[in-house]
Every structure is written in C-alpha cells, then in structure tokens.
Design a protein around this ligand. Structure first.
Ligand code: TRP
Ligand code: SF4
Length: 438
C-alpha cells in the first residue's frame, strides 16, 4: 500500500493505515490531561500520531512548542478543510507558536495554478475563514512558500540527504514528473523544519496536524531532521545506552561536549570511547533517551548543526461528503462551503445520505445506522459540542426513536447559525487581512 498525497483517494481502513505505516494510536492517555480536549480529539477523529508525547509534555510543563500547518487551496473552503484549522485554533489556545504555510509552490508544481491565483484564493477564502473561525492572526505567522527565503533555502540544503530512489519509493515519481513537483516535498520539509531555526524560535517540539494523506511528507521530514543531527542517542544491541557522534569532524570535541551535557543532566557513570565515537551512559534508562536527545539537539547549533527535533504529527480522519462519497470542492452537492448561504446549506443537508431505513415503519422497528449517516457525521465533526447530546442522538437513532427528517432539520438549523456567524466575522476580518501577512 502506498499513500499518494496528490491523489483524491479516500481512506476507509484507518487501523490498517496505522499498522502499515507505523502510526501510533491516539489513545486517551495522550490527551486526557490536556486542558479542555477538543471534540475532534475526544471523539477519535484524530486517530493517530507520531511523537505526540513530546507535545503533551511541552503543554503540561509549559515549555515552548510550535504548530505548523500548510494549505494548498483547492476551490472554495468547505467543512473538510475546516478540521485542521479547528485543531490549530485549539492548539493556539494551549499556547503554541503557530505557523501557516500557503503552499503556492506545491500548487503550481502539482496542479499548475499560478502563484497569483493561489494567493487570491488563499487570502480571500482560506485565511479569511481561518480568522472568522477564531484563529488569532496577531499571534501567528502566515506566509507564502514562494516568498519565504528561509523555507526555500532549507529545501535546497536539506535535499542533500535524500536521493532519487527514496523519492521514487515514497512518491512513485517517474521520468515524466516535473521538477517543481519533485521538489515540492522538500519545500514542505522546509515549511515543517524552518520553525526550529533560531530566528523562528529555535529547537523545540513541533506539531504538524494533518490528514493521513500527508503522512509521506511527515515521514520524509522526520527522516531529514534525523539525518541532519550531530548526535544520535540510542539503545545499542548489547543493551547499553549511548550518545553517538554522527559526523567525522570534531569527534573528540563533540564527545566532550556530550559528556558535559550528560553530567548536567546528572548522569555520572559515563564511558567515552573515541574510536566508537560514543559516550556510553551506564546509569541511564530507556525512558531517558528522548530527554537526553532533545537536550543535545538544542546545543547542536553551537557546533554548526541544525539540531532539529523530529516533528510530531497527528492524523485525522476525513469527513465523508453529504452524498456519501468524498467531500470535494469540485462536487458542490457533496460539500458545505463556509461561504454557502443558509438556504444552500439547508438544501444540501436535506438531500444528504443518511443511515435511515427505507421506510419509516422499518426504521421504527429496526433503528437507524448513525455510523453510516452523513448527518450524524456533521453533528460529530462540526455541529454538536456536548458529548452527552451527541450520545443521546446516537442511541435514540439506533433504537428507532429518531427520524431522519427531524434530524436533518436540526442539523440545518445548527449549520445555519454557524454560517451566519462566520459571515459576520468574515466582514470584520476583511479590513485587517493584509496586516497579518509577514
Ligand atoms: N501538502 C499540503 C496539502 O496538500 C500543504 C502543505 C504545504 C502542508 N506545506 C505543509 C501541510 C506543511 C502541512 C505542513 O494540503
Ligand atoms: Fe442519521 Fe438522524 Fe437518520 Fe439516525 S435518525 S440515520 S442520525 S439522520
């Protein structure tokens, strides 16, 4: 199985994806101690992660961390696009430094849209809605890939540690793939890692919340981050924990530095072996590895390294379209756009596919199937905050006490309120938009 980030495939079997690509399950222990866990988290829409533990620790210990996300505008912004930004807004409320990349280079390379077109759509559709949804633009950085020197420089420089076979294996590129497309994953790696450059806040845990289609990019940027490290901290085959120097220059100097750092972390049984380019730590536990690694990473810029910590990621499920297929801008009846009028959205909701039985009679007897119902998905992803209300709908639907017509009306009303509110907030955001672009 291969994930193609540029295809319009839908994914059904999230558990299988998780197993196949080594994504961890996003279980309750990871998020239960966060302040007011977001509904997409509580309800399992965010189903997987890589290294979220680092983010959790940063939140709980009140240490700095960053969130980076990117958007490649495709048509009008709809409910499927809203999820990432809902998550980002939640993380902003927890104190993360927020960065938002407009992927205009990627869009040009993979879809042929001009930089100008992308800019228009990104600002007037997406960023405007982000602000209306509650993103505090004064506390985040929004930028265009094509205008960001540091991001582009990183793409060129970091590309040194990736070769063509890797790109082919990851993305299925071939002889006719255009070079801007080939290069776009490196630009995305530049997006993801630049936030750890000194001038953007330095080495710190960085979360990239994405849909699972973006996982190839996550893996690439994690590999690249790791391959640029000066130190590697691991458990060796003979069960010793060691700090290893990964380059051939200044080995002794780096080992001495590692020794100093380890002592400052209160490790004292250290054995330095220059020939192995290693310092072994006899009094460390496996659970100490991450902490040692991060402490060392932060010091790497002093020695000419980047000291990038591998970015963390969360993966969310995709909302199904109202018609039961993928929610897509190119099929307006499948999607509710954030700029739809209340009438348009009501019409689409009334026509949506539900999990109801064929006849009312049958539904009363056998119950509905909320798991196959687009209306229920709307409630779960977007419309209902209160978990007990959501549960109530679920059980009464299953018991046949709820009828679809009634449910749809309720969904349409809730949606209408959201759309009206967004419309007002967009009007207010419109005057300010330029001032937030750095
Ligand atoms: N590739 C992403 C998309 O197709 C957009 C993107 C660009 C992005 N840079 C990013 C996403 C960095 C997450 C992080 O939508
Ligand atoms: Fe969906 Fe509501 Fe019908 Fe149940 S009653 S299938 S939740 S629309």
């Amino acid at each position: 199985m291969k994930i193609d980030p540029w295809s319009s495939a839908t994914y059904q079997d999230y558990a299988r994806l998780r197993d196949e690509f080594g994504i961890e399950e996003f279980n309750v222990d990871l998020w239960k101690d966060l302040p007011n866990p977001h509904k997409l988290i509580r309800r399992g829409v965010v189903f997987g992660h890589r290294d979220f533990q680092l983010i959790k620790d940063s939140v709980l210990e009140k240490k700095p961390w960053a969130v980076l996300t990117g958007l490649m505008p495709s048509g009008r912004m709809h409910l499927g696009h809203k999820m990432v930004i809902d998550e980002v807004i939640y993380y902003q409320s927890l104190g993360a430094d927020i960065f938002i990349a407009v992927a205009d280079i990627e869009s040009y390379g993979t879809r042929g849209t001009s930089l100008e077109e992308t800019k228009d759509l990104a600002l007037n559709e997406y960023i405007m809605n982000y602000i209306a949804l509650g993103l505090k633009p004064e506390r985040c950085r929004i930028y265009f890939q094509s205008k960001h020197e540091d991001v582009k420089d990183l793409a060129y420089i970091l590309g040194k540690k990736v070769n063509w076979s890797q790109m082919v294996a990851t993305y299925g590129f071939n002889g006719s793939t255009n070079m801007t497309h080939v290069f776009s994953p490196l630009v995305q790696t530049g997006d993801i890692l630049h936030v750890q450059l000194k001038k953007f806040g330095g080495t710190r845990p960085t979360l990239v919340p994405v849909g699972v289609d973006q996982d190839p990019h996550i893996r690439l940027s994690r590999d690249i981050a790791q391959s640029h490290r000066l130190f590697n901290v691991t458990l060796t085959k003979d069960k010793r924990i060691g700090v290893f120097v990964k380059i051939d220059k200044d080995v002794e100097k780096l080992l001495n530095h590692a020794t100093t750092v380890l002592r400052s972390l209160n490790f004292s049984k250290l054995e330095k072996i220059v020939d192995y380019k290693a310092v072994y730590i006899e009094d460390a536990q496996v659970g100490d590895i991450k902490r040692i690694d991060i402490t060392l990473a932060k010091t790497e810029p002093q020695f000419g390294g980047y000291g990038f910590i591998q970015p963390s990621a969360t993966f969310h499920r995709f909302i199904t379209g109202l018609t039961g297929e993928k929610m897509s801008s190119s099929k307006p009846e499948s999607a509710i756009f954030l700029t739809d009028s209340p009438e348009e959205s009501r019409k689409k909701i009334m026509n949506a596919k539900t999990g109801g039985a064929v006849t009312l009679e049958q539904q009363k007897k056998e119950g509905g199937n909320p798991k196959e119902c687009m209306i229920y998905e709307l409630f779960l992803y977007h419309l209902i905050e209160d978990d007990s209300e959501l549960n109530e709908i679920f059980t009464s639907c299953k018991k046949g006490q709820k009828m679809c017509g009634h449910c749809k009306k309720y969904a349409a009303e809730l949606m209408e309120k959201i759309l009206i509110d967004l419309n007002e907030k967009r009007q207010r955001a419109v005057d300010n938009i330029d001032k937030y672009l750095k």
